[in-house]
Design a protein around this ligand. Sequence first.
Ligand code: AMP
Ligand code: MG
Length: 327
Amino acid sequence: MSEIILGIESTAHTAGVGIITSEGKILSNQRSVYIPDKGEGIHPREAANHHSEKFPILFKSALEEANLSPKEITLVSYARGPGLGPCLRTGATAARAFAYAHNIPFLGVNHCVAHLEIGLLEGATDPVLLYLSGANTQVIAYAAGRYRVFGETIDIGIGNGLDKFAREAGMGFPGGPKLEKIAEGDELIDLPYSVKGMDLAFSGLMTAAKQKVDAGHSLPSIAYSVQETAFAMSCEVSERALAHTGKTELVLGGGVACNSRLREMAMTMAEERGVKCFVPEKALCVDNGVMIGWLGYQMMAADYEITDDDNRVNQKYRTDMVEVTWR
Ligand code: AMP
Ligand code: MG
């Protein structure tokens, strides 16, 4: 029998409710993004307030779009981490309330793993995931029962770095897309290229970029150089992960994976290595409820047993803490 899964996302700035069938048909993908006041970063409690205000309408719109009544949902899945505590608890409460009210089983899943699994829906089978989002920057692949982190940022997430730089340069939020729009030029300004082994660092790069603004360089050239540098670093680590693991598929995920230049660089690298590159549509790259629902279903289909842990959020729920039983 076909299952209908409702997925709830609320790890950071995005409140999302998605509905997907066990065959992978997406019936709805509703999202609302908290935008901080001008000049400020994301405030966890403010973001959580935004989510609790928006969830009722997101649930309603998702069910309406899917043309379903709550009773037709067979599974509820929410992201139990990693993320910001107040935001996670808001999503967990919404999931619990909906599931209990309609007597539907519910489980909590790992947000980062969901970004990878949605790439499998695109046709990948055993990929390396380059996951570039606001708070997270990781290169992930499956090995010996878990999704292993082959490389990651050792300071800030790439998206938060782009946002911070853009904010300081007076461009507003979210910075990533704004920088992409103005990035232009052939003048590659020298910026710190920080790859340490398999890990990455973005903080120094963004500080140096701000210094170039103060020194009077043109903003389009700096935006161009920030993108070239940060994306080349990310592609380098992904390429090495592909080489070490011998895997032949690359999946892009996370909000920064919406960037055309990043997509182009990743596809060029993949092509040169003879690796297939999967780029989910933008609505599935950014934080969304569909991927949370899809992962929940994969786990349940492999006889995952719901425990008390599924009732608890975990702010530091690392990718490699999840025992992968469904592959
Ligand atoms: P996520 O945390 O995965 O929802 O992604 C949000 C992050 O993606 C924010 O830091 C955005 O600035 C960034 N982002 C979104 N679109 C783009 C883009 N086109 N280029 C670069 N970064 C982007
Ligand atoms: Mg994410």
